[in-house]
Design a protein around this ligand. Structure first.
Ligand code: SF4
Ligand code: SF4
Length: 459
């Protein structure tokens, strides 16, 4: 039934798993959170007239900075290229290793993990939390209060760090400690903080299951050679309860203890096969390995494996990195990354554009010569003021004059754009064989000469 999809699910109480994947998640959480929290504090010297924050999105000036890379509003295609590179990298990793992005690196997973750790710290592990929720006493409300207080503090911290990527981070922290923050910053901190509290504190696995679009289409990137968290049904079934001293002859190795289910942050039973809800975090592997160790059986009843290897371990390798899809994802990645890097490395620090005055298209002067007017827009992306000299390159007869400027020397401040009007005049006899002429304009900033073509209209 369609409505079944929206039925309220039971509240989950994930138990703490102990093992190598839990440790790996802890290390990665620490690394990712440190990167997120401290990257905005890094400095990069770009000169005196511009921010020295290494990573920053400067909304008032419509610019983005990433160390030596500066992206101007007219270069927004770089952001599109970066998004394509990130998407293809994600597809590439998913096709090989399944949903490990979700299990180890996604913001939702990392923050939910921290919120569950806080919950566990104040309210205990799974069984204690279940018992606590059944009661209504001071102890419960006090522990819940402390949990929510720390969640709110983490949410506010997340909001402040988020804002630090959009303004000077050191100044922002100073303003926060001196309680001197604008309403805009307060609004963003409150908004991001509230969303963090809501998503990591309450929505949790529902985000991965119902809200995240990636969960919906990631299976399109899977095939039988993708490494996924798998239960070895051939070895585990038929499952049966175990009592100390029981023999494992004529039965499977799964003792139906459900430890793999209670540690699962999305509350699924991996023994039912690969499911959309599985975020490949590997915690069920840790739980099952611990059980296997206790009953004296080899680890790996649940493991990262490919469907091919599970079905026929003798014929297929456990992991095969070089496949056709590896090459085409890599090829796209290398081509897009190389083009983007080349374009960034060779991008001009001065942008020029010229357009002609349309009304009137040309003016006939009293001596019979023809004059056209143009507008030259110069964008100086460097951090120094620049001067530009204009000259006509392909005609000795054409006269160039910049409006209100005797020397035809144009000045443009650092990191700014300026538009100048200029005139080109040609003797009428020079246009006798044609109504239009191509004039080449030379723009020289002292280091580099650039050329623009002008269409001269007359007669
Ligand atoms: S089934 Fe295992 S790997 Fe998948 S989400 Fe649950 S604990 Fe993580
Ligand atoms: S943890 Fe292992 S043994 Fe226990 S139910 Fe899950 S698969 Fe079976």
């Amino acid at each position: 039934m369609f409505t079944d999809y929206f039925l309220a699910k039971k509240r989950l109480y994930p138990q703490l798993a102990k093992g190598r994947f839990r440790r790996l998640k802890n290390y990665l959480n620490f690394i990712f959170l440190s990167i997120y929290s401290f990257s905005s504090l890094l400095r990069y010297n770009r000169g005196d007239s511009v921010t020295n924050q290494a990573i920053m999105i400067d909304i008032p000036n419509s610019k983005a900075y990433f160390f030596f890379i500066e992206i101007w509003p007219q270069e927004v295609y770089y952001l599109a290229a970066i998004l394509i590179i990130m998407a293809v990298t994600l597809f590439f990793v998913t096709s090989l290793f399944g949903r490990i992005w979700c299990g180890y690196a996604c913001f939702q997973t990392v923050w939910t993990d921290i919120f569950i750790a806080v919950e566990r710290f104040f309210q205990g592990d799974r069984n204690q939390r279940i018992i606590l929720d059944r009661k209504n006493n001071f102890n419960k409300f006090f522990r819940k209060f402390l949990t929510h207080l720390i969640w709110i503090i983490i949410g506010i911290f997340t909001g402040i760090v988020f804002c630090s990527y959009f303004s000077d981070s050191w100044q922002l922290w100073q303003n926060i400690f001196s309680l001197n923050v604008s309403i805009t910053i307060l609004g963003w901190v409150a908004g991001i903080g509230f969303m963090t509290y809501l998503m990591a504190g309450f929505a949790r696995e529902h985000v991965c299951t119902y809200m995240c679009p990636y969960a919906r289409f990631q299976s399109a990137m899977f095939d039988n050679n993708t490494l996924v968290v798998s239960y070895d049904a051939k070895r585990g079934e038929p499952r049966a309860k175990y009592h100390q001293g029981d023999s494992f002859d004529k039965r499977g190795h799964c003792i139906d203890c459900k430890q793999c289910v209670v540690v699962c942050p999305t509350g699924i039973d991996i023994r039912n096969g690969l499911q959309m809800e599985c975020i490949a975090c590997g915690l069920c592997i840790d739980a099952c390995d611990e059980i296997m160790h206790k009953v004296g059986l080899p680890k790996g009843l649940i493991r990262y494996d490919t469907l091919n290897h599970l079905s026929d371990p003798w014929q297929f390798k456990k992991f095969k990195i070089w496949q056709f899809r590896t090459f085409y994802y890599l090829a796209i990645l290398i081509i897009v990354s190389s083009l983007t890097l080349y374009s960034l490395a060779t991008k001009s620090e001065v942008d020029l554009s010229v357009f002609q005055e349309r009304n009137p298209l040309y003016v006939k002067l009293s001596d019979g010569s023809i004059r056209n007017a143009y507008y030259l827009k110069i964008t100086n992306k460097t951090h120094q003021k620049k001067f530009f000299k204009l000259r006509i390159n392909n005609s000795d007869l054409a006269m160039l004059k910049v409006a209100n400027n005797e020397e035809n020397l144009l000045e443009v401040n650092s990191e700014s754009s300026f538009q100048y009007k200029f005139f080109v005049t040609l003797p009428a006899e020079n246009l006798s064989d044609s109504e239009q002429k191509i004039i080449e304009l030379e723009v020289d900033d002292g280091n580099e000469k650039k050329y623009l073509s002008l269409i001269f209209i007359g007669n």
